[in-house]
Design a protein around this ligand. Structure first.
Ligand SMILES: C[S@@+](CC[C@H](N)C(=O)[O-])C[C@H]1O[C@@H](n2cnc3c(N)ncnc32)[C@H](O)[C@@H]1O
Length: 349
């Protein structure tokens, strides 16, 4: 085993402990506790630099022992090891933020996500995307009588809701990645917009032309983690497959809307997050089936006290949603447990 491999193997044991430490509840993540774990890790930084320099010279020298594998494999392994070392400062910053995490409210004040030039610009672009994803006027003629037309919630409002739901899911310490459903997904743009937050994002739509257009849009956008299901929200039998269920008043008729809400709440598993960004959601207050965690967002099967405890925990989760970078992911090596635990805490590289 080369010096470089030995050092990385030793480091892996220490970073595993750091990952476990980061998964402790924030009140148990003390500064001295962190220092005890980080100090031995930091001692490896210089040794790694030296080992990498030596490895680089050996790779450049045809006479030296360059180790096993093909030349390309050796070069790739060297590049990945260099990349891991270069990540050091970013990892240190990311970890430091988690020792005494800041408390941040789940939903920012409305002007933060609705006012100002940047929000207006994002919503302007989103509204163009939404229009482009609408079926033709001809296809819309078969619009179903009691359905609302595809009126979109502004993108920046949706982003704030997704961020809050993402943080609540993290605070729930779920074992499986949470799945998202947009009930009445129209042209599918919200299904797409939820993808950075959720591994799987589905849309339910009963208007066949809308559903077909949404499926085509998602295919065109090359979004294999997204899917459109054609079906009536009042007859759908699979709400229990989802962890975050979003419905922006798809049905005009109040009785029909209520049937849909009842059905969702009857099937959803305890802990499921419901997002109903409109006035008049039937379980808005004093309902045994769910409790409000922030305005327009509810948790199924929990009373107000349990939801308050969850909110407190979720406010300590960071707001950083990891970007999917396959190349970075493949080269994480000994940093993997630290990055995985940080992601559970809402922090990303
Ligand atoms: C207000 S738009 C939703 C837009 C999108 N979800 C958003 O938030 O931007 C309502 C959509 O719900 C669909 N819809 C209406 N009734 C439905 C039902 N019973 N089942 C499924 N979808 C329905 C409509 O066809 C329309 O596309």
């Amino acid at each position: 085993m080369s010096d470089l491999s030995r050092i990385e193997a030793e480091l892996s044991k220490l970073t595993r402990d750091l990952g476990e430490f980061l998964l402790l509840p924030p009140c148990d993540r003390s500064t001295p506790g962190f220092a005890k774990i980080w100090r031995p890790i930091s001692r490896y930084r210089v040794a790694l630099r030296t080992a990498l320099r030596e490895r680089g010279s050996a790779l450049a020298n045809p006479g030296a022992n360059r180790g096993s594998g093909t030349e390309i494999e050796r070069q790739m392994a060297f590049n990945a090891a260099s990349r891991r070392l270069r990540l050091w400062s970013r990892i240190e910053d990311m970890v430091n933020k988690q020792i005494m995490p800041d408390r941040r409210s789940l939903m920012p004040p409305e002007e933060e996500f609705m006012s100002g030039a940047h929000n207006h610009y994002v919503n302007h672009l989103y509204s163009a995307l939404h229009t482009l994803a609408l079926p033709s006027a001809e296809a819309l003629k078969i619009r179903i009588a009691d359905a609302h037309p595809d009126i979109a919630l502004p993108a920046t409002h949706f982003e704030a809701l997704m961020n809050a739901a993402f943080r609540i899911c993290r605070a729930q310490r779920r074992e499986q990645p949470p799945r998202f459903l947009d009930v009445g997904c129209g042209g599918g743009t919200k299904v797409f917009a939820a993808l950075p937050f959720f591994k799987e994002s589905h849309g339910l739509e009963n208007n066949p032309s809308q559903a077909a257009v949404a499926a085509a849009v998602l295919e065109r956008l090359d979004a294999p983690r997204a899917k459109v299901i054609e079906g009536d929200a009042r007859a759908f039998a699979e709400y229990s497959d989802y962890d975050v269920i979003y419905f922006f008043r798809p049905i005009k008729d109040p009785d029909g809307l209520r049937d849909m809400e009842d059905r969702i709440m009857a099937q959803a598993r305890p802990g499921t997050i419901l997002i109903a960004p409109y006035n008049g959601f039937s379980a808005e207050r004093d309902d045994m089936r769910c409790s409000m965690i922030v305005p327009t967002m509810y948790v199924v099967g929990m009373g107000p006290t349990q939801v308050e405890t969850l909110r407190q925990r979720a406010e300590l989760i960071g707001t950083e949603v990891p970007a999917h970078d396959a190349e970075l992911d493949a080269s994480l090596g000994y940093w993997r447990p630290v990055v995985a635990a940080s992601s559970q805490n809402g922090y990303a590289l």
